[in-house]
Ligand binder design. Structure first.
Ligand code: ASP
Ligand code: MG
Length: 413
């Protein structure tokens, strides 16, 4: 007997905007059924409808300004639970069999860091069994369960990571992340209307873009995709375009600069006139760590002219928490928490060892009379710290000067 080719498994994720209303939910159900009709096994990872997660967060804060993280996870995971059940119902209304599972039922095992857990293992036995029965399996994104059987979440935007981890577990040939945008762009099109869609981007570049603020993908999902070799397609929810493929470097045409991104969702803690800067940084980091505040970027300088001898970038929404934790932990020390701060990053493999690009970037900023507070480079990116109010002009100018594209007559407004 000839062994049967295993069926192709397709893993698809639909984001919150794609399922914001019952009508959109039904549209997603139709898309999923199309895949099934084409003879594939389908796993669908789903996010909470529209702004449900934001609303749940606000709700939590109305009863407790600083809600315990375990309980926050219990609350937030309810959003995806609503979507998964509704999508399953909508699919069954189209005459197809579907079953929904929570992260825990799907075997998404994570560590215990509530609100930003890491996936440790995928034990998707039940998902596999149901696929074998011919059912479409719907999995709640963004959630998992710790070995202590506590419910966890993976951080905002975490359903991308659920999708990639499942695709890896099933050696899926295709992993589609359906979004409310049609792919990854050379810059945020809201800032640079003439930015262009990137057909293919390497894992490394995408991770850097995501980490430096490109909101389209959860950076951890890219990390998982790179480690486990999953080729990811970012596609529009309602449209037929192929979007952007995130894949290994070998598959991609090399360019010097792939894109520019900004992060305006930051605050900066700075310390001036500390004794030994590294020692002071240690104290600050310890206090922030204690308060469970994420550190995005750390800058230590022995240069007395710099704004803060020690500066630490944290998420903007942690600014108040940082103020109170530092006041408590380091009484009498002169720190400031500044919210008028942002980063702009230039990303591409060509930044490795090409001084010309850094020079161009600094030249462009100088021509706008922007004097960056900090410039830091890694092999793959150059990040500039500047005031929030200068971000738009900086990104536009760099997009033009680095050859990523100039405004055409119909985009120049
Ligand atoms: N619903 C969660 C969020 O809004 C997870 C996700 O959308 O991926 O962050
Ligand atoms: Mg969401």
């Amino acid at each position: 007997m000839i062994a049967q080719e295993p069926k192709t498994v397709v893993v698809q994720k639909f984001g919150g905007a794609s399922v914001a209303t019952p009508e959109k939910m039904k549209e997603v159900a139709r898309r999923v059924v199309e895949e099934k009709k084409a003879g594939r096994d389908v796993i669908v990872v789903i996010s909470a409808m529209g702004d449900t997660t934001d609303r749940l967060l606000t709700l939590a804060k109305t009863v407790n300004a600083n809600p315990p993280k375990r309980e926050l996870d219990m609350l937030l995971t309810a959003g995806e639970r609503i979507s998964m059940a509704l999508l399953s119902m909508a699919i069954s209304d189209l005459g197809y069999e579907a079953i929904s599972f929570t992260g825990s039922q799907s075997g998404i095992v994570t560590d215990t860091s509530h609100t930003r857990a890491t996936i440790l293992d995928v034990r998707a036995y039940r998902v596999r069994e149901e696929l074998e029965k011919g059912r479409i399996v719907i999995v709640a994104g963004f959630q998992g369960v710790s070995p202590a059987k506590e419910i966890t979440t993976l951080g905002r935007g975490g359903s991308d990571t659920t999708c990639v981890a499942l695709a890896a577990a099933f050696s899926a040939r295709e992993c589609h992340l359906f979004k409310d945008v049609d792919g990854i762009y050379t810059a945020d099109p809201r800032i640079v209307p003439w930015a262009s869609r990137i057909d293919k981007v390497s894992y490394e570049e995408m991770m850097e873009l995501a980490f430096c603020g490109a909101g389209v993908l959860h950076w951890r999902s890219v990390d998982v995709a790179m480690r486990l070799g999953v080729r990811v397609q970012v596609r529009p929810s309602f449209g037929k375009e192929m979007g952007t493929v995130v894949t290994s470097r070998e598959e991609i045409e090399a360019v010097a600069v792939r894109g520019i991104t900004q992060d305006t969702n930051l605050a900066r803690v700075s310390f001036k006139e500390v004794g030994l800067p590294a020692e002071a940084a240690g104290r600050v980091l310890e206090a922030l760590d204690h308060a469970d505040i994420e550190v995005r970027f750390l800058h230590i300088s022995a240069c007395p002219r710099s704004l803060g001898t020690v500066s630490v970038m944290i998420p903007a929404d942690a600014a108040d928490a940082a103020r109170s934790c530092l006041a408590g932990a380091l009484p009498g020390e002169a720190f400031t928490v500044d919210e008028d701060v942002a980063t702009v990053s230039v990303v591409g493999h060509g930044l490795t060892g090409v001084p010309g690009i850094s020079r161009k970037v600094l030249g462009s900023l100088a021509s706008l009379a922007i004097d960056p507070d900090v410039v830091s480079s890694s092999g793959l990116s150059l990040t500039i710290v500047l005031p929030k109010s200068r971000v738009t002009e900086a990104v536009r100018k760099l997009h033009i000067d680095l050859g990523l594209g100039e405004p055409t007559t119909d985009t120049a407004r």
